[in-house]
Unconditional design. Structure first.
Length: 96
C-alpha cells in the first residue's frame, strides 16, 4: 500500500475557487480502481491549509492516478491557488 499526504496552503482570496475545483479530483480519484482513500481535510489551527490523505493499492495505482485528466487538470491549476509549493509526504507499507 502507498500512502500520500499532500499539504496545500491556499490563498484566502481563492479559497472558494479551490474548494470548487478540488471536487472534480476528489470524485475522480475515489472512482479509480486502485484507490483506497482520498479525503480532504482542513487544519483547524491553520485556516486555508488543507491536506489530502491518499491511500493507494500499489505504485501502479499511483502512476495511473498521475496520468488521469482530473489529476493533471488540478495540478496545472493548483499554482493559481497555493501560496507556497505543494508538500507531499510519501510512505509505503506492506500492510493493507
Amino acid at each position: 500500500m502507498i500512502a500520500l499526504q499532500a499539504y496545500m496552503k491556499v490563498s484566502p482570496m481563492k479559497r472558494d475557487q479551490f474548494l470548487a475545483q478540488i471536487q472534480e479530483v476528489l470524485s475522480g480519484s475515489r472512482a479509480e480502481e486502485g484507490n483506497i482513500q482520498f479525503d480532504l481535510f482542513e487544519k483547524t489551527e491553520d485556516p486555508n491549509t488543507f491536506v489530502l490523505l491518499e491511500r493507494w493499492k500499489d505504485q501502479q495505482a499511483v502512476d495511473f492516478h498521475h496520468e488521469t485528466d482530473h489529476f493533471k487538470k488540478f495540478v496545472k491549476s493548483a499554482e493559481n491557488f497555493l501560496t507556497v509549493p505543494l508538500e507531499v509526504i510519501h510512505t509505503e507499507s506492506i500492510n493493507t
